[in-house]
Write a new protein. Structure first.
Length: 479
């Protein structure tokens, strides 16, 4: 419930805590924050605050709580599930000014960062010590560590190293009361409840993370990257499935299909053959002596699935270019259609060939073009529907096709998200996976952390009230 305090009064109080230039409330300023990368839903916050310290976050949360308004944390806004769209208006806390790498401890191999540090900047800072931060989402050039934790982000190299949650040791969190707590420990196996595990992937619904201690890893001695080219997605999928079945764990195994290849080549010239049905980027790391044998085994498996080319990158530049094509592939899709809807499902790797066939059948049935660039080694699909939203009835077809794809993932023994999280996009689909009793247990956790229900309302848990696709630009709580 809202208090009677009006926006003007709240803004004045906020300006006593945070420099007025970082308190935005004019429509032309807050409109910038109405969307994230889930492009089909938007809603404006009433006030946007960019705090500069954990103390400011704590005081802002206290003021918002007193005013009874929703509090939505936001990093870079690259989330693909609408997680930082303020569906109920209220106050948005943008953490991007808190972007300092506070400590790097090369001996104990951890770093302490503020939540607004951009992922790639942490890796650059760690590289000076021969170390790196493993989770590397495709968005790593812009997305923040706070947002990565919020969504438990994955990335190409999470196949071998694990997702964000496997690399978070400790965090400082501002609770909905405004109090600050420290969870976890830089030492192994912190005693007590695993509240770090609970906060990772909580999508801003349990607290605002203001400091994070992450694990750093030492760079492997050598790396090899193979480009495997196939005429069909089927052959590429079968290769992935068989490599995993033989027990080989590459550090990354990414698939890029023909639709995406042609867009990437036009934009980036990554060196993928334009007539290919699909390519795989397969990377291995380890001791220099061991890699040739490992690559031989991988090439042996790929060779059984009719590759038209197997090419190992011969220089660091060639490797970087192959990866540039993968990491910037989503951006290149802008050449093909005015809009895209990037889905995220996960399936057991053995089911990859079958589910990929279903994805293509769904595209044909709805008369849609679907491109695929994804973390194949994890079974983490990203079917990307290309469309023109101005075409009458198009949005309905896109939404129906997307739902059918996610159903196919669940029926194959997989899940509705591999790494992008639930947000508003998939909260109603949570019912496909969990019973009412399961969901109620989650709601009780939410209530314990956020009894007033002010932290990122309308996300993650189904409430049956609003479809993600019906959320349109709207006035906030005071307008
Ligand atoms: C081109 C492209 C490629 C991508 N590739 C990948 C990929 O490979 N793997 C992957 O997993 N994702 C990927 N994503 C999705 C997205 O980049 C990730 O989910 C990323 O972690 C979001 O970070 P962000 O800083 O943009 O967070 P935001 O989008 O701003 O926020 C994400 C969620 O975290 C919450 N949050 C943010 N900061 C905090 C905080 N300090 N405390 C508490 N909650 C907080 C927000 O409320 C929201 O629910 C991609 C997106 C794009 C556009």
């Amino acid at each position: 419930m809202m208090t009677s305090m009006d926006r003007g009064a709240l803004v004045s109080r906020l300006e006593q805590v945070v420099d007025a230039s970082y308190v935005l409330h004019r429509p032309e300023d807050v409109v910038v924050y109405e969307q994230d990368a889930f492009l089909v839903a938007h809603a404006q916050p009433d006030v946007v605050v960019l705090p500069g310290s954990a103390r400011e976050v704590s005081e802002v949360v206290r003021l918002a709580r007193e005013a009874g308004v929703p509090i939505v944390a936001r990093g870079a806004g690259t989330g693909l599930n609408g997680g930082s769209v303020p569906v109920a208006g209220g106050l948005m806390l943008v953490l991007t000014r808190m972007n300092r790498v506070l400590t790097i401890d090369p001996r104990s191999r951890f770093a302490v960062v503020e939540p607004g540090v951009v992922n790639v900047d942490l890796t650059a800072a760690a590289a000076q010590h021969g170390l790196f931060y493993a989770p590397d989402p495709g968005s790593q050039g812009v997305s923040t560590i706070g947002g990565n934790v919020g969504n438990n982000a994955g990335g190409p190299h999470c196949l071998a190293y694990g997702v964000t949650g496997n690399h978070i040791l400790e965090m400082e969190v501002v609770m909905s009361s405004g109090e600050t707590v420290t969870l976890g420990s830089p030492a192994v196996d912190a005693p007590g409840y695993d509240l770090v595990g609970l906060l990772v992937g909580s999508e801003g619904t349990l607290g605002v993370i203001t400091r994070i201690t992450v694990r750093l890893l030492r760079r492997a001695e050598a790396v090899r990257t193979l480009l495997a080219v196939f005429e069909t997605i089927d052959d590429a999928s079968e290769t992935v499935s068989e490599i995993i079945a033989t027990g080989i764990v590459p550090t990354a195994m990414e698939m890029i299909d023909g639709v995406v290849i042609r867009a990437v080549e036009a934009a980036i010239h990554a060196g993928y053959p334009e007539d290919a049905g699909a390519v795989l980027l397969i990377e291995v790391e380890g001791h220099a002596d061991a890699l040739p044998r490992l690559m031989e085994r991988i090439e042996g498996v790929a060779g059984r699935h009719r590759p038209s080319l197997l090419r190992t990158a011969e220089s660091a530049q060639e490797r970087a270019l192959l990866w540039k094509g993968r990491k910037e592939g989503a951006g290149a899709l802008g050449r093909l259609a005015p809009a895209y809807y990037l889905h995220d499902g996960v399936v057991p790797r053995t089911m990859l060939p079958e589910v990929m066939r279903k994805v293509q059948a769904i595209a044909r049935a709805h008369g849609l073009v679907i491109g695929n660039l994804f973390h194949a080694g994890d079974g983490n699909l990203h079917p990307t529907i290309l469309f023109d939203p101005r075409e009458p009835g198009m949005m309905d077809r896109v939404v129906r096709a997307g739902e059918e794809i996610l159903r196919a993932c669940v029926e194959a023994g997989g899940s509705i998200t591999g790494e992008h999280g639930v947000g508003i996009e998939k909260r109603e689909y949570m019912r496909w996976l969990f019973t009412d009793v399961d969901l109620d247990a989650m709601r009780r956790v939410k209530n314990a952390f956020d009894p007033a229900g002010l932290l990122n309302p309308g996300k993650l848990l189904p409430d049956g009230t609003q479809s993600a696709y019906s959320i349109q630009p709207q006035a906030g709580v005071w307008s």
